[in-house]
Design a protein around this ligand. Structure first.
Ligand SMILES: [Zn+2]
Length: 560
């Protein structure tokens, strides 16, 4: 098929000399393709990211010849903004960056400042309604701010942004576009509006890297696969920009010039899965991976799994087996199973034997400290049926103690009844946590396992998360333990897998032994609240934790 007739070149900027400009800026958000010949059917050499300044070498029928990343080729003129290098008056207009440096608290009863961007973060102070706060940073629907000398995180949902004053000095250079990565294993819905009720446009696969165009109430506006829409910030991990990755992953072709299907051969899609024991697996045959991923694999760029990236063990069975043809659309993290209104059926909780395929006294000689979250004056999170986290964490820990004891381990507990281990004259949450850490650090235990329930404002959110802390001196072991427990717990209780996450949590940061914090399920989700009260569920959760501990001791830690 004939390539479409290229469109005419750009007209000169009014007021500039009519001599041909020497430089131009790339305007499409997804970048602009550099092609071998001045035609949209020319072979693609590279994608030049938005905002890149290029030097124009030659013009031909609406295409400019230029050089980018050591390659010389052609770009479509209509997606360039010409720049007059002689003066600054004719710099291309750029849309004003939304300035979001200040906000006002809108929550009627005030808003909790927490020590990390999660509703399970420890509460530092409550900021009253209508207080004005400075936004220092932003992450997954949370804002970092300082209030009364304390710096922490608040849910963006209850903050109304106020534009900063016009007198603010402009940033020295335009900030690099923020990038995010989908963390929803089964894909993340792209919606027409920033709400779970927004019309679904398409599904963004887990692990997809994209540029964040805009942020609103915990939702990110992104472009994916030629669609623009909104994804829930809860399932987006913000990715640090490097010079290298600006050029990567750009997907947009010259936007919408060619009504015909692209004539170039589509490269096979590669999935890079960072989720299995922190090991990188490249699936789907040969193809091209981004230079960022390549750098991470070669150990040149940062990854939180860097320790494991130089070793390529054989693929585990669950990866190796052929994927069955996809029939159903991926699970929707915003409309997850179980839905909020699913009626709980306790007969579906089937008791599991924790010891299947595990030898007798498998943990003889091991000392394990269990930490049932909250207790005493601190109920922890509460569910819609007014049940309390502290009343779920203790029975799970006690069931786990039974199993571990049967397996020959010595078990220590931070509490064995509805009390706080805090011995300070005045109870505070911090003193309570300090007491738990002091117990863990004084008893020569091999592991510290903290058991909690999660909670969130949206009752539909559900699933299991395992936290470890990079600040823990045994962080490599902690990550390995977190991965083992995640796998075995989800395998038994079949909750939504929210993965292993680094958490800035007091008990994990300050313990000196391998430590994890398990958020078993969401007490704020009515279905999971009901499950958490079921004794079979509690014992099965304990069985899952036990099997994860056993796997931790019997599987080697991935090598550096
Ligand atoms: Zn908790």
């Amino acid at each position: 098929m004939e390539p479409p007739r290229p469109s005419p070149g750009p007209s000169g900027t009014p007021g500039t000399p009519t001599t041909r400009p020497k430089q131009a800026e790339i305007t499409p958000a997804g970048g602009l393709n550099l092609r071998e010949s001045p035609s949209s059917s020319g072979a693609k050499l590279a994608t030049i990211p938005q905002g890149t300044l290029i030097t124009l070498l030659e013009e031909q029928a609406g295409w400019y010849k230029t050089t980018f990343a050591d390659q010389t080729g052609w770009v479509a003129a209509e997606y360039l903004t010409l720049v007059d290098p002689s003066g600054s008056d004719n710099q291309p207009d750029k849309p004003a960056e939304p300035k979001t440096r200040q906000g006002v608290i809108t929550a009627a009863n005030g808003l909790n400042l927490r020590d990390n961007p999660s509703s399970s973060g420890e509460k530092l102070v409550t900021i009253p309604k209508d207080a004005t706060i400075q936004i220092l940073a932003e992450q997954s629907g949370w804002y970092q701010t300082t209030y009364e000398t304390k710096t922490g995180w608040i849910s963006a949902e209850y903050v109304s942004l106020i534009p900063s004053e016009a007198s603010d000095p402009p940033p020295a250079s335009p900030p690099a576009p923020k990038k995010g990565k989908s963390t929803a294993a089964n894909g993340l819905n792209l919606r027409a509006t920033p709400a779970a009720a927004g019309e679904k446009i398409t599904t963004v696969p887990g692990g997809t890297l994209f540029e964040i165009i805009e942020e609103e109430n915990g939702w990110y506006k992104i472009s994916f696969d030629s669609h623009t829409g909104w994804v829930s910030g809860e399932y987006v991990e913000i990715v640090e920009n490097t010079d290298e990755d600006k050029a990567d992953d750009a997907k947009a072709d010259e936007p919408a010039v060619n009504p015909n299907p692209p004539s170039e051969e589509t490269l096979p899609e590669i999935t890079i899965d960072l989720s299995v024991n922190g090991t990188v697996y490249i699936l789907g045959g040969s193809g091209v991976i981004s230079s960022t991923a390549q750098s991470i694999i070669e150990g040149k760029a940062f990854s939180k799994y860097k320790e494991n990236l130089r070793d390529f063990p054989p693929l585990p069975a669950e990866i190796k087996k052929e994927e069955p043809p996809e029939e159903e659309e991926p699970d929707d993290p915003e409309e997850p199973a179980p839905p909020v209104d699913t009626e709980y059926d306790p007969s579906r909780e089937v008791p599991v034997d924790p010891f299947i395929d595990i030898p007798e006294y498998a943990l003889a000689g091991k000392v394990i400290m269990l930490d049932p979250g909250h207790g005493g004056p601190d109920p922890g999170a509460s569910g819609p049926s007014k049940t309390h986290e502290k009343d779920n964490t203790l029975p799970i820990a006690l069931a786990l103690k039974d199993i571990l004891t049967q397996a020959g381990a010595e078990v220590l507990m931070t509490r064995e009844d509805d009390s706080s281990p805090c011995t300070a004259s005045k109870y505070t949450e911090l003193e309570d946590l300090k007491a738990r850490v002091a117990l863990a650090n004084s008893c020569n235990a091999d592991l510290f396992i903290s058991i909690h329930n999660d909670a969130f404002t949206n009752p539909a959110v559900n699933g299991t998360t395992v936290f470890y802390s990079a600040a823990n001196p045994k962080n490599v072991e902690s990550l390995h333990l977190a991965g083992s427990i995640r796998t075995s717990v989800i395998d038994i209780i079949k909750t939504t897998d929210r993965g292993v996450k680094p958490g800035n949590l007091y008990v994990l940061n300050n313990t000196k032994i391998p430590a994890i914090l398990l958020e078993i399920a969401f007490i704020s989700n009515p279905y999971e609240e009901a499950r958490l009260q079921n004794q079979t569920f509690r014992e099965n959760a304990a069985a899952g934790i036990f099997r994860g501990i056993y796997a931790y001791f019997t599987t080697p830690i991935p090598k550096d």
